[in-house]
Design a protein around this ligand. Structure first.
Ligand SMILES: Nc1ncnc2c1ncn2[C@@H]1O[C@H](COP(=O)(O)OP(=O)(O)O)[C@@H](O)[C@H]1O
Ligand SMILES: [Mg+2]
Length: 320
């Protein structure tokens, strides 16, 4: 039996996972990467390490946390520790361009995307796309900084007229905007490499779509109205993309993730975001009747970690 270590930097997203681990009576510890150090000459403690480092850490004054975590994960992997969501997974979490490459490798359809730095190259990249354009920071993060422009010319005019429209040294993803058939995206959740459920997310109110419970209350981070059926869980969503998604995750060393897709008016499905640090919406799970069961997100995660660590037997359900 080994302890479980949770690697993260967001105090608000941690409690739902801690509660689920607690409810099963598991031995778990927190590795908060908001500050601290990594000893690259040390042999790390034995255990199961769950990497929950988030692309949006920079929005919480934890901009250095991913780099600190890379060092930690490398050292864990060097010593053969069991890491859930490997250093490769973190590479993808913090780069939308790498996510596109992983999608291409998995044979998935994704919107035309270019990575560009600085206003001239961003404008030039946009001119290679016909129609509306989405501009997003390559590092991602809760939809923050995602902007929609009706054309390359409109984007160009914006870049020329607004002084700090883009940071000169921030890689930006310039991407074709996919007009959805309905104002909806689908987020497909996987735990332990297996499909868990899908979430239908209402996007009519904007682009910040973080499903975490904490973001619903904090209206500075996520729409406050999130509760009003914004997130609806679909338990029998037998979509053909689920098989390639599973393969993509396996090939990239990712075990827990949410993958987002949009359907356009031709019925074509476009994949555009891989969330390695995924969150689950408690209210949507309540409404769907799976809260507290093995089908609920954090219960599935805690069960998976419990089994990996040898603390739960294969057939063991939540502790009494
Ligand atoms: N290419 C696109 N076409 C249409 N809508 C998009 C596209 N990319 C992003 N969006 C919208 O913006 C939201 C945030 O973008 P996303 O790439 O998921 O960023 P983040 O990683 O910050 O969540 C998406 O959930 C979706 O509603
Ligand atoms: Mg997203």
């Amino acid at each position: 039996m080994k302890p479980i270590f949770v690697i993260h930097e967001n105090e608000e997203w941690y409690p739902p996972l801690a509660e689920a681990l607690e409810s099963r009576g598991l031995d778990y510890r927190e590795l908060h990467m908001g500050s601290g150090m990594v000893d690259l000459s040390a042999t790390p403690a034995d255990g199961v390490y769950y990497n929950r480092m988030s692309a949006s850490s920079w929005t919480r004054e934890h901009a250095a946390a991913p780099q600190l975590t890379v060092a930690l994960l490398e050292n864990l992997e060097l010593h053969g520790r069991r890491v859930v969501n490997s250093s490769r997974a973190l590479d993808l979490e913090i780069s939308k361009a790498r996510q596109c490459a992983a999608m291409a490798r998995a044979g998935l359809r994704f919107p035309r995307s270019l990575l560009a730095v600085g206003r001239d190259d961003i404008a030039a990249a946009a001119r290679t796309i016909a129609g509306p354009i989405i501009l997003k920071p390559d590092c991602g993060g809760k939809g923050i900084g995602v902007q929609l422009f009706s054309s390359a010319d409109v984007l160009d005019a914006h870049l020329k007229s607004v002084d700090d429209a883009v940071a000169p040294d921030t890689p930006m993803l310039v991407q074709a905007y996919i007009e959805p058939a309905e104002p909806v995206i689908i987020r497909n959740e996987f735990v332990g490499g297996e499909y868990l459920y899908s979430v239908r997310v209402d996007t009519s109110e904007g682009f910040e779509l973080c499903p975490a419970d904490a973001c619903e209350i904090d209206d500075s981070a996520c729409p406050a109205e999130a509760a009003a059926n914004k997130f609806q869980i679909l338990t029998d969503f037998g979509h053909p993309n689920l098989a390639p998604y599973k393969r993509l995750l396996r090939d990239q060393g990712i075990e827990i993730a949410g993958i987002e897709m949009i359907t356009d008016s031709n019925g074509d499905v476009w994949t555009y975001d891989i969330n390695i640090n995924t969150n689950y919406n408690g209210q949507a799970e309540e409404e769907c009747g799976i809260a507290g069961t093995e089908k609920a997100g954090m219960m599935a995660v805690s069960g998976f970690l419990g089994h990996l660590s040898g603390q739960l037997l294969p057939s063991q359900e939540a502790a009494e």
